[in-house]
Design a protein. Structure first.
Lengths: 155, 155
DNA sequence: GCCAGTATGATATTCGGTATCATTTAGGCA
DNA sequence: TGCCTAAATGATACCGAATATCATACTGGC
């Protein structure tokens, strides 16, 4: 069961799917005035190749020919432009993964590290109301759910 | 409006309330076999004196006569024994505060830093169901809600 | 093909936190 | 009460993740 699935672009290219994803992301960046550079493409390509949430260091390791600073900058840029989202593990380790658009929450498998997006869960309203009851006006929230995916379930 | 309130012990002591809190926590520790030491009491006392979520570094700064390592160790011990809980800000900065018992979530004011506990909000069941729908067996979760407290509300 | 400004990468630095280890101290016990 | 062992302390070294610096290289508009 593949849990982390790449974003759908709506139509298939003859080129490898990852290349299309990279082109798509680069296009988003150039639209915003960022340049299309070789190291940047390498970073994006490596991000797209990850099967599950990854750390910045893992990304650096998979890109020996790209400078550390460049990898970190690239990653930060992708987060800022919402191409990549941050995932926080239980031990507070920070990981990243391709963003599946919009605000959402993650289900994280503690065993294999797989992630899924939490669907059909509208906690927003509940939280807003509970916050209001305490006199708070909610502006945002962070939610991660930890557990075991079906592949790693033990009985 | 005082938002972060110290735990109620059920009856009032003639001594300063903070001293009672410290004694209470020290008692919990000695019950578990940990020793009652001067530096440890100083750390606990400083923790109890904080009005809102604080960082480990702030605690160190407020305890110049206690070694850094000891402050960190004391804090870790308090977290492990559930006397203190960890609070994660939006920028991922880690803060701490006296625990108000049991599992709960925080409302955090982005302006003044005050915190309140999220009451009357049973997201647990909702999350467990949504996780199950994705084939996950939920084992835990992390939730923080950010906003403005009533004192800092702007209109 | 030129050029201004962006991006890169080697490296130093910062920051938060942990490991080490010699010394001190708590507290159980005779 | 004083002794003794294990726990605790604190100065310091270390560590990993991430950012700042800055000279150099490259992009892409003209």
């Amino acid at each position: 069961m593949v849990i982390t699935t790449p974003r759908h672009t709506g139509h298939e290219h003859p080129r490898p799917r990852s290349a299309a994803v990279v082109d798509d992301i680069v296009a988003q960046l150039t639209d915003r005035g960022y340049r299309d550079t070789e190291p940047r493409r390498l970073v994006i390509s490596a991000v797209a190749a990850q099967g599950r949430p990854f750390t910045a260091e893992e990304l650096c390791a998979s890109l020996p020919c790209v400078g550390r600073a460049t990898v970190y900058r690239g990653l930060r840029l992708l987060v800022e432009t919402d191409q990549v989202c941050r995932v926080l593990l239980e031990d507070r380790e920070l990981r990243y993964q391709l963003s599946h658009q919009g605000h959402h929450h993650h289900l994280l498998c503690a065993v294999c590290g797989a992630s899924a997006d939490l669907e059909g869960c509208d906690v927003e309203e509940t939280l807003r109301d509970a916050a209001a009851a305490a006199g708070f006006r909610m502006s945002g929230h962070w939610l991660e759910v930890y557990g075991r995916c079906s592949d790693c379930a033990e009985d």
